[in-house]
Design a protein around this ligand. Structure first.
Ligand code: 8YV
Length: 318
């Protein structure tokens, strides 16, 4: 029986599914693998199920001359923590779990939009503090979301799911910026520059993949172009944003608020963000629902099964 390594504790149903096909070893730590553990995994197992933070860099593959491991079946759609080109050069396939994450991540984007625009986090803290003096006509006024313009950066599965929610649920207008033209099944306005999108949007949602091509895509000029009443939402990867520039923009009042599920150096979150009332900070909850994590896990196990049975896995990325 082939041996596979699960690099984090996974839902019981996923582990049971994996055990139908493989001899399974599951790590009990919840933090990312260290480089020595990754090198060992490549030599001891036929397949590995890594996830966010397991930095399978070119260096890791370089040291594992002819790895036993034939597939890294990533748990999650984002695989920017894996050097997929180096993996392929070492004879290792890389797969991910697209689709399973889409709706849940788009739901978190809507959560952040509403929390940031309507100051829900601030309001919740006010009530808990015991300092709430009761309702008054001008208390904690926020941005009315319905009917506003959302500017979406990245119109892949998640960006399109956010657009549909904004259109159908909140009567919003959708503008978007994407590197490749998209045929969309709904009304949305393509915008040729990030600066113009920033200038015309009331809410910005960042929904692009992480990786070298998008690192620091969003920097100070973008925030300077945004409207001062606008909110910035990130459900992609933290390093797509120059976090220092976001902090400065918030401090200068260039934007009204931010809603973040990801951070440039997560789990480290700048203290400057933690003290701001107009920033909503979530701990990467994008897909944090059991049925979603089970669906992701089943996809990863199917990728492992197919690859180790000599078939092309369904979600091959390299
Ligand atoms: C995952 C995510 O649940 O799928 C992704 O890429 O960012 C999350 O929603 C988690 O990061 C594991 O990859």
């Amino acid at each position: 029986m082939k041996r596979v390594y699960l690099t984090r504790p996974l839902p019981d149903a996923v582990v049971a599914r994996a055990r139908e096909f493989f001899e399974v070893e599951m790590r009990d730590e919840t933090v990312p693998l260290k480089i020595g553990q990754m090198r060992a995994a490549l030599t001891l197992f036929d397949g590995v199920l890594p996830t966010l933070g397991d930095g399978f860099s070119a260096e890791v593959f370089r040291d594992a001359e002819s790895p036993r491991c034939k597939i890294l079946a990533n748990f999650g759609v984002g695989y920017n923590h894996i050097d997929a080109v180096a993996a392929r050069s070492a004879g290792v396939m890389v797969t991910n779990t697209p689709g399973a994450v889409t709706d849940a991540t788009a739901d978190i984007a809507m959560t952040l939009i509403l929390m940031s625009a309507r100051r829900a986090g601030e309001g919740e803290r006010l009530v808990r503090s015991g300092n709430w003096q009761g309702w008054n006509p001008t208390q904690m006024l926020g941005l009315h979301v319905s009917g506003k313009t959302v500017g979406i950066i990245g119109m892949g599965r998640i960006g399109q799911a956010v657009a549909r929610r904004c259109l159908n649920g909140f009567g919003m207008k959708v503008a978007y910026y994407t590197r490749t033209p998209k045929e969309l099944e709904f009304v949305a306005t393509p915008i040729r520059s990030l600066e113009e999108l920033a200038q015309r949007s009331d809410i910005i949602v960042l929904a692009v993949p992480g990786g070298p091509e998008t690192r620091h895509l969003i920097k100070a000029p973008f925030f300077a172009a945004m409207q001062s009443h606008a909110h910035f939402i990130n459900v992609s990867r933290g390093d797509v944003v120059a976090e220092r520039d976001l902090v400065s923009a918030l401090k200068r009042g260039e934007i009204a608020g931010a809603g973040l599920d990801v951070y440039e150096h997560e789990p480290k979150v700048p203290d400057a963000l933690k003290v701001m009332e107009n920033v909503t900070l979530l701990p990467h909850l994008g897909t944090a629902a059991l049925e979603v994590r089970e669906a992701m896990g089943f996809m990863a196990v199917e990728n492992l099964r197919a690859a180790l049975a000599g078939e092309e896995p369904p979600n091959l990325v390299n």
